[in-house]
Structures are given as structure tokens and as C-alpha cells.
Design a protein around this ligand. Sequence first.
Ligand SMILES: Nc1ncnc2c1ncn2[C@@H]1O[C@H](COP(=O)(O)OP(=O)(O)OP(=O)(O)O)[C@@H](O)[C@H]1O
Ligand SMILES: [Mg+2]
Length: 275
Amino acid sequence: MGALADAAGKDTVDPGSSPASAVAGAGSGVVLAARGLSKLYGVFRAVWSVDLDIHENDIHVFIGPNGAGKSTVLNLLGGQILPTSGEVYFDGRSLGRTTPSWRARAGIGRSFQLTSIVPGFTCLENVLLAVQARRGLFGLLRLHSRDEDVAMAEELLDLVGLRGVASVPADLLAHGQQRQLEIAAALAGRPRVLLLDEPSSGMSAHERAGLGGLLRKIVKSATIVMAEHDVHLVRTVATRVTAFSEGRKVAEGTSDEVFDSAEVKRVFLRGRRDA
Ligand SMILES: Nc1ncnc2c1ncn2[C@@H]1O[C@H](COP(=O)(O)OP(=O)(O)OP(=O)(O)O)[C@@H](O)[C@H]1O
Ligand SMILES: [Mg+2]
């Protein structure tokens, strides 16, 4: 088992260490990559033969109409689902059939909508749980939190703009604030790559504007890969955009390049007619 697997702990599926698996992206600034990634449900191609290179410290945004395959690709990168064929590479090494928790320990974090928030616990307690979870079972069982864990949790609440509601039960927060809290909890694992699925969903216009600023702060320490429908947010934060349609990658580049591409215009216009 290689250094990557050692760093992530022992309860793993070997991600593969043969020379053949060590290809995509090693040493080129590419932190996460996919080659020939496909996910079939029966004969339905939810994701079909996708190649991706996610560069370190990019805000890489997936766009596309409903059902295009954006969430499925995020789930394939995070290990929530396994591909029918193809590979995902982290730091140039195949992740094989590794689990989401293995990938999280290796540095691929994921914000899980509301499932990561414990109702009845305050915002601070929620982030504290995530900070201590990073330390393993010992951290969860500790009766008294170490000061440094509390300090880190407070720092994360500060970062996402929730320090003022640290003692408010998480389930009393507005939906947009809960999404900010999820991001704080995901950051407690100190991910190198953070996967976010439509972080702006359910947010007010004001909260969306704040989210753009938050993403730019986060990207100083982590690469962000996110699916997003809000075109304004995509145009203001994305450093790279991949457009999907019917499970396939149809365009990639800067947001201007992608939104100006004839294929993307065609796909979005068709999506609007279908709606
Ligand atoms: N478990 C599943 N079984 C069968 N089909 C599935 C399953 N999960 C997803 N799909 C289908 O795969 C396609 C891609 O879904 P996905 O959720 O990735 O799209 P999306 O781009 O994230 O869409 P949205 O913008 O609505 O979130 C859709 O047609 C969806 O119905
Ligand atoms: Mg989706």
C-alpha cells in the first residue's frame, strides 16, 4: 500500500499502485482527474466516457440542464457511487473502489446537504463534531473539547460568516445559513478538494452574493469542484467550467468560452423548450 493509502488509514480498499494505474495528472498541477468515466443504470447512460482534469486551486464548476449528469459525476469523484467503467485519479493515482470515508481522509471532502447537520445541536457544536470526527473515535468520545478544537470550530464559523449564530441550534437557521454550516463542517476535515452540489440552492440573492465571496476565500486553501445552476454565480466565481448534456461533456474552458459555445447554447435552449 502506498503513501496515499497510508495517510488515509487502514480500512481501505487498495486504490491500486501498479504503474498502469498511476497516470492521469501526476505532477502537473492536476489534483483530481477522470478518464473514460461512465455510469450506466441498466442501458441508460447517466454519465458517458467523461475525461476531466481538475487543477489545484481552481473553482471548477459543472453546468448543464437537469439530468445532465453533474451530481452523478460529483458522486463518482467522491466515491458515493462507483463507475461502471473508467477511473478517478487523485494526485495521479487511481482511487479504484475506495469508499467516500477513505477519500475524505485522503483529502476529498464533500458537503452532504442537510445530512451532515445534527438538529438540536448548536452551530458551534455541529462544527466541533466535524472537527473531532477528523481526529477519529477518540475525538468523538472525549467529554471535554480541547480548546484548540473549539478555536478551530469558531474559526470555521467565522470563515463562513456564522460566528454570530454560534450558539443557535442548527435546525433554527435559515436554509441558506444551513448550507453555509455544511460547508464549515466539510472544511473541518481540511480537504484538499471540496465537492459541492449546488451550494446556492435555496439561498436568497443576498446569500448567493455572500457565497461567491466565501468560495473565493475557501479556494485559497482547497480546490473546489461544484455543480451549479446559477449562471451569475458561475460567471463570477468559476475559474474553469465544464458543461454536461445527457451524461457527456460538451464544452470546457473559461466561463466566457463555455457560455459562448454554440453547443452549450443549443443544449440550454433545448432544455428551456423541454421545461
Ligand atoms: N440511481 C439512479 N437510477 C437510475 N437513474 C439515475 C439514478 N441516479 C441518477 N439517475 C439519472 O441519471 C441522470 C443524471 O442525473 P444527475 O442527478 O447526475 O443529473 P444532474 O445534472 O445533477 O441534474 P440536476 O441539475 O437536476 O441536479 C438523470 O437522468 C437521472 O434521472
Ligand atoms: Mg444534480
